[in-house]
Design a protein around this ligand. Sequence first.
Ligand code: ATP
Ligand code: MG
Length: 212
Amino acid sequence: MRRIGVMGGMFDPVHRGHIAVALEAVDALSLDELRLVPCHLPNHRGPATASARDRVTMVKLAAQIDGRLLVDERECSRPGVSYTVETLESLRRDFPDAALVLVMGADAFRGLARWHRWQQIPQFAHIAVVSRPGVTIAIPAEIAGEMQGRQVESATQLFTAREGRVIMLDALQIDISSTQVRSALQEHGPIATLLPDAVADYIEEHDLYRAG
Ligand code: ATP
Ligand code: MG
């Protein structure tokens, strides 16, 4: 069974933390590929600072580091608010036989109960939760009922099904966020440790985030 990871985000901009998380999921779960899915219009936060086009381009630059990382533009090509459940539904149509794994940071998982049709996500994909500094990696109380009996401890157990299981990946603690990157850029602070070189160059060339 082909194993496809799916990692959504604003990627405003994509940073070294995103790429480390994506590669951790690829390695820990032996994924055949992981699709980075830049969000067009978010539901629970203000719009992105950079345009969808710039964000997609930066994610493409960052993904060049590993052939298993792909950029999936379906949310940016779809009008209106981007809902993860619709993205997974659409991926399930494209890949009926693959195992799909939604990869998210512990902070995103903590807020899952606020996502559109979140209860249906396990009908389309597994969920892999990746640790993040400052966030306890656990199943939030509001979703405990729905998550009951889904948690597994190993990739082998995960892939005895195509979707519907949850795994915690707690090996990483990467203290980088796009918020921190945007502030560093505004303040003309150092960014080399935060951003892939090609992304830093693109931001510089296009004068992103610094203006205003
Ligand atoms: P912002 O500060 O703008 O919210 P962010 O760094 O949180 O940016 P997002 O685009 O919001 O990045 O996140 C996309 C996905 O990547 C989410 O699932 C988020 O939890 C995860 N993620 C981002 N950075 C990390 C990190 N350092 N460790 C673990 N997960 C991360
Ligand atoms: Mg975030």
